[in-house]
Design a protein around this ligand. Structure first.
Ligand code: NDP
Ligand code: MG
Length: 401
């Protein structure tokens, strides 16, 4: 049995809380070294006390002072800022880093963990969407171990041949007999809604996911299926699969979490109840196995598993993600950053639901061909995409006023 020393980035979020739930079930297997959060200071303080964290990190000085007051008399040291997130992701005493910050903010600490050769438990898919080439290079160069937390990618990881992930393996799925990666998608809350009523969708309706409890941003992404689009790009980098070998199939019950199809016609899948503690527990102790607190799968009770092809008229964001992946370069980073802006504006009730795909399409067209030779280029593309999205949305407002 291996004892793991953990940093959990985004400990106060949905993935962070689920991670600590699994950790709490196995006190003999884990030590919590660092926990990080942003706004939920009281929750972070409570977590630090419960798990006796050595460090707590927040982004700004006011929050740090408030956290210090809450942690008075404890053994937790409070650190501040992006450098501190990178620091706790690369500490020598830490072997595993759960990267569960939401959005582009998660990139730098995840990269720091890869460069320090850690076991990187990657929930922050935005890291791969923005900077997949550089992140995968860092994992390779620094002998980091990359374990996907996203349920679909965790399912693919479990369904791929073990030899594919061995050091020195030819990371070409076709050379391992893989024909296609089949990502399942629930289809979200609007899978069967009348197309002409999509324009009336409210944030409350969009974040009410039928099967999963998640943060607000990823819940909206699930409703638009941008989440699946980002996951196609994520799968491309994780498994070195060309876009035409990655297919999305809608599976409303969210029991089959994804599949790998082999040349001989075999299709291997991972099944479980839709509970993120399963992929989290898998990655925390891989290649061992532990109980995750998840209900056992009762297939007889579930009865029916159904599958259907996604409709790109209903889910144009999925098509945009395939387009961005085909365009390559900075296009995925542009799509990702613009998406963060439009989703925030939608959640803030500043824009209607259908402005999400329309604005993303316009930003991708406006910024086509941006350079992507370095991480700095990608950061610049990210910043430009945010400006372009805000400009386009402001124009939209001006027209309507
Ligand atoms: P949440 O919004 O629930 O949590 C996000 C976490 O990141 C919180 O701890 C939050 O702190 C922190 N945070 C937010 N913004 C920043 C910032 N700018 N800098 C530093 N920390 C920040 O998100 P989820 O847990 O749902 O998702 C986390 C990641 O995992 C995302 O990338 C998502 O795509 C991915 N993922 C999530 C799944 C899920 O089921 N939830 C499934 C698959 C992937 P605080 O709350 O204290 O403000
Ligand atoms: Mg997923």
């Amino acid at each position: 049995m291996t004892l793991h020393a953990l940093t959990i980035l985004g400990a106060t979020g949905t993935i962070g809380v689920n991670t600590l739930d699994v950790v709490a079930r196995h006190p003999d297997r884990f030590r919590v070294i660092a926990l990080t959060g942003q706004n939920q200071i009281e929750k972070l303080a409570q977590q630090c006390r419960q798990f006796q964290a050595r460090y707590a990190v927040v982004l700004d000085a006011d929050k740090a002072r408030a956290l210090e007051a809450l942690l008075a008399g404890s053994n937790t040291e409070v650190l501040v800022g992006m450098e501190a997130l990178e620091y706790v992701s690369s500490l020598p005493e830490v072997d595993s880093v759960m990267a569960a910050i939401v959005g582009a903010a998660g990139l730098r600490p995840a990269l720091a963990a890869a460069r320090a050769g850690k076991r990187v438990l990657l929930a922050n898919k935005e890291t791969l969407v923005m900077a997949g080439r550089f992140f995968m290079q860092a994992v390779h160069d620094h002998h980091a171990t990359l374990l996907p937390i996203d349920s679909e990618h965790n399912a693919v990881f479990q369904s791929m041949p073990a030899a594919y992930f061995e050091r020195g393996s030819n990371r070409n799925p076709a050379a391992h007999g893989v024909r296609r990666v089949l990502l399942t998608a629930s289809g979200g809350p609007f899978r069967t809604r009348e197309l002409d009523t999509l324009k009336d969708i409210t944030p409350e309706q969009a974040i009410a996911h039928p099967n999963w409890v998640m943060g607000k941003k990823i819940s909206v992404d699930s409703a638009t299926m941008m989440n699946k689009g980002l996951e196609v790009i994520e799968a491309h980098w994780l498994f070195n699969a060309p876009p035409e070998q990655i297919e999305v199939v809608i599976h409303p019950q969210s029991i089959v979490h994804s599949m790998v199809e082999y040349l001989d016609g075999s299709v291997l899948a991972q099944l479980s109840n839709p509970d993120m503690r399963t992929p989290i527990a898998h990655s925390l102790v891989y290649p061992e196995r532990i109980e995750a607190g998840v209900n056992w799968l009762d297939l007889a009770r579930i009865g029916t598993l159904t599958f259907e092809a996604p409709d790109l008229r209903r889910f144009p964001c999925l098509g945009l993600a395939y387009q961005a992946l085909a365009a390559g370069g900075a296009a995925p980073a542009i799509l990702n950053a613009a998406n963060e802006e439009v989703v925030a504006a939608f959640l803030d009730k500043q824009i209607p639901y259908l402005a999400i795909p329309a604005t993303l399409d316009a930003v991708l067209q406006r910024l086509a061909g941006q350079p992507a030779e370095s991480l700095e280029d990608l950061m610049a593309a990210d910043a430009d995409a945010r400006i372009a999205a805000r400009e386009l949305l402001a124009l939209d407002h001006a027209h309507r006023a």
